[in-house]
Design a protein around this ligand. Structure first.
Ligand code: NAP
Length: 251
């Protein structure tokens, strides 16, 4: 039987792969057989150990994704080291919390630049290569804030709503050319991004009370959906944002 989820021989870039959701996805893609290019500003040693244990190739690229300066180099280095690029996971992201009434321009720009602008221009750089060969998979890590308003995170909500829109736009332009662009909307996962929420007893209790699954997610629980969207199993899936949220949006 054909294994629709096999990623053997595929080459995947994962941004922000040193920790949290990015690390969980890098390991899942590696377990499915993909070579991993881990991109970020922090040490990738822990991720390298987890990925190479699965027997696939690993390469780390140091890059600050707060600007689009490194995007062309990331794609060029991936192709020169591994000979191609099949999968891009736009995962790196930040969040800044403050009441809308006090929100600063700096907190607006930093989040929009990292979460939205870099994700778009890295997709463009990867897309040039993927369109030329007529195949490729791009997966954006969106959020429940791609669907909902949230509170005290105006630039985050704008960036993740924008990322869902860009996912649909790129799918409309590239679906007919062999490139799948989709997104995953994680619900509430235990990572650095959500430490402040988990440490606030009132917010933590309110969040848990609303999640039908009754608990926070762990990064490895996004792996299956990421492998699905990166594999032949999703060949006719374009421009969708798949929630992986313990049932939050169903409530
Ligand atoms: N946790 C959740 O519940 C949740 C829910 C919905 C969506 N998400 C999204 O999931 C993605 C991963 O977040 P996470 O929860 O795993 O949080 P995290 O542990 O804070 O991970 C964020 C990742 O992005 C990287 N990053 C941030 N700014 C960067 C920059 N300027 N240059 C390079 N790398 C940068 C971080 O690197 P450093 O470690 O070096 O800072 C880290 O690898 C984000 O896009 C986030 O918005 C998370």
């Amino acid at each position: 039987m054909v294994n629709f989820f096999d990623l053997s021989g595929r080459i995947a870039i994962v941004t922000g792969a040193n920790t949290g959701i990015g690390q969980g996805i890098a390991v899942a893609l590696a377990e499915a057989g993909a070579s991993i290019v881990a991109v970020g500003r922090s040490s990738m040693e822990e991720t390298e150990a987890l990925v190479t244990k699965t027997g696939v190739r690993f390469h780390a690229i140091k890059a600050d994704l707060g600007t689009i300066a490194p995007v062309k180099k990331i794609v060029a280095e991936t192709i020169s080291v591994f000979g191609g690029l099949d999968i891009l996971i736009n995962n790196a992201g930040i969040i800044r919390r403050a009441d809308a009434i006090d929100f600063t321009e700096d907190d607006w720009d930093a989040v929009i630049d990292t979460n939205l602008k870099t994700a778009f221009f890295l997709s463009q750089a990867a897309g040039r290569h993927m369109l030329e060969k007529g195949s490729g998979k791009i997966v954006n890590i969106a959020s429940l804030l791609s669907f909902q308003g949230g509170i005290r995170i105006p630039s985050y909500t704008a960036s993740k709503s924008g990322l869902a829109g860009i996912t649909r736009l790129l799918a409309c332009e590239w679906a007919g050319k062999g490139v799948n662009v989709n997104a995953i909307a994680p619900g509430y996962f235990s990572t650095n991004n959500t430490t402040a929420l988990r440490e606030d007893p009132d917010r933590n209790a309110a969040i848990l009370a609303r999640i039908p699954a009754g608990r926070w997610g762990t990064p490895s629980e996004l792996g299956g959906t990421a492998v699905f969207l990166a594999s032949a199993a999703s060949e006719y899936v374009h421009g969708t944002v798949i929630p992986v949220d313990g049932g939050w949006l169903a409530r």
